[in-house]
Write a protein that binds this ligand. Structure first.
Ligand code: ARG
Length: 442
């Protein structure tokens, strides 16, 4: 697909805020050994290198399950799992070390390739790995001795920070060492989760066979989850309504629960999904977050620029009356906005006419990319509540183009005479707007 001139310019402009926002931020990226076997893996690593070159602090954690299984098989050994956890005896531990070591060099080699076809080609990327994860044995559970299977005991935060500070990518294998000099087999999701928490990372990014998380309803229909708050996800999980790669789901929930702002899940199979997730507003995978991604709230003086950007095209087309920045600044208290990840995507204002116990709804606008999803209705509901709070008896609107929408919302068309007298004096006959009203006393 070739982008038109306009599209590529728009794409670059819209990704720039994220390039700036992500610079200097710490991202823990986790994937299982399956991802390494995928045809897209080389490109994925190149995209991770690109993030590094844009100034993101990157920690990669990888798994090795299929590679360990392959080695066990070659040696005629049987892998043993209890409750989804591998029991690591001495012979298995050799396979773990072998598999993890070889994966590590494979990833390091790919990162050494640099960034082909880019001005960054030839830029040297340093990768650091080592004894950065301290482990403890799982021990005996329900009578089963897990032997060399361990859990993360501590992450060498200082060691990792030093390497990141130095400009290296940090690579953590699913192995850890104990202060007594033993080696333990760890699950990569445990390493990723504990590293993200200990480092206070800004994001955990999990790479999955699927393109994210799905919600499954009673009829077994699957619906993709683009963004979800932790609490909502938790209740879906509790009622068995989530379809996801379990390692990704567990790690995402544990990190967000521990205070990491955002955890993402994207496919390792599709070309470019990681970049699309990070550098577009709507992403490409699933985002789990603590706080509201989209927030309806009263406007403040800081929103003036965002509101102007939003309403300008509508003013130019004549759908809205022109407002100057000064006017907007003085009237900002009257505005309610919907903010989506830092951008104002919808707004509406309520002007109060106390002498008439009525209020005018004005300047209702939704960004063209976000129309048709009930945002206007949500804003109207919020303004209605505000009007009720001010004990207003009715709200009205003057419009030339969106009358039908207000009729659908329960407004009735009225004559200009019904307007509060101060509004009537200002009524612009050349504009010839129609008047719609809604009584609130019912
Ligand atoms: N690019 C932004 C970020 O990195 C937003 C991603 C939104 N993704 C989503 N699946 N809703 O945080």
């Amino acid at each position: 697909m070739t982008l038109s001139h306009e599209d590529s310019v728009r794409l670059f402009r819209s990704s720039a805020p994220y390039i700036n926002a992500h610079r200097g931020k710490t991202f823990v990226i986790m994937f299982g050994g399956e991802a390494v076997l995928d045809a897209n893996f080389g490109r994925l690593i190149q995209d991770i290198a690109l993030l590094h070159s844009l100034g993101m602090r990157i920690i990669i954690t990888h798994g090795a399950r299929p590679q360990i299984d392959e080695r066990l098989q070659l040696r005629g050994l049987q892998g043993r799992f209890v409750d989804g956890l591998r029991v690591t005896n001495k012979a298995t531990l050799e396979c773990v070390k072998d598999a993890a070591g070889s994966l590590r060099s494979q990833i390091e080699a790919l990162l050494t390739l640099g960034l082909p076809n880019s001005p960054m080609h030839g830029a040297r990327i340093r990768v650091c790995s080592g004894n950065l994860v301290i482990a403890k044995p799982i021990g005996v559970r329900n009578g089963i001795d897990f032997e060399h299977t361990g859990l993360v005991r501590r992450i060498d935060v200082e060691g990792i920070q030093d390497q990141l500070e130095d400009g290296s990518i940090v690579l953590l294998s699913p192995m850890g060492y104990s202060p007594t000099g033993e080696v333990f087999n760890l699950s990569h999701e445990d390493v990723a989760t504990q590293a993200a928490i200990a480092l206070g990372a800004d994001k955990l990014i999990t790479l999955s066979e699927f393109d994210g998380l799905y919600k499954v309803d009673d009829q077994r229909n699957e619906k993709f989850i683009r963004t979800i708050e932790l609490n909502a996800l938790r209740s879906l999980v509790d009622s068995g309504q989530v379809l996801a790669e379990s390692t990704c789901l567990t790690a995402m929930m544990a990190t967000v629960d521990a205070g990491i702002e955002r955890a993402h899940c994207v496919s390792y199979k599709d070309n470019g999904t990681l970049l699309k997730e990070l550098f577009t507003r709507d992403g490409d995978g699933t985002l789990v977050m603590q706080n509201h991604y989209e927030q309806l709230r009263g406007a403040s003086i800081d929103d003036v620029g965002g509101i102007l950007n939003l309403i300008r095209p509508l003013e130019e087309s004549g759908a809205l009356v022109k407002r100057s920045r000064e006017l907007l600044e003085s009237e900002i208290e009257q505005f309610t906005v919907i903010e989506r990840d830092g951008m104002i995507i919808a707004c509406a204002a309520l002007y109060i006419f106390p002498e008439d116990a009525s209020g005018e709804i004005a300047c209702v606008a939704t960004h063209r990319d976000y129309r048709g999803q009930n945002r206007g209705e949500r804003l109207l509901a919020a303004l209605k509540n505000k009007a009720i709070l001010y004990q207003l008896k009715r709200i009205f609107v003057l419009t030339t183009v969106t009358g039908h929408w207000f009729l659908e919302q329960g407004f009735d068309e009225q004559s200009v005479d019904m307007l509060p007298s101060s509004k009537k004096q200002m009524y612009n006959y050349t504009r010839n707007s129609k008047v719609y009203m809604l009584n609130l006393d019912s």
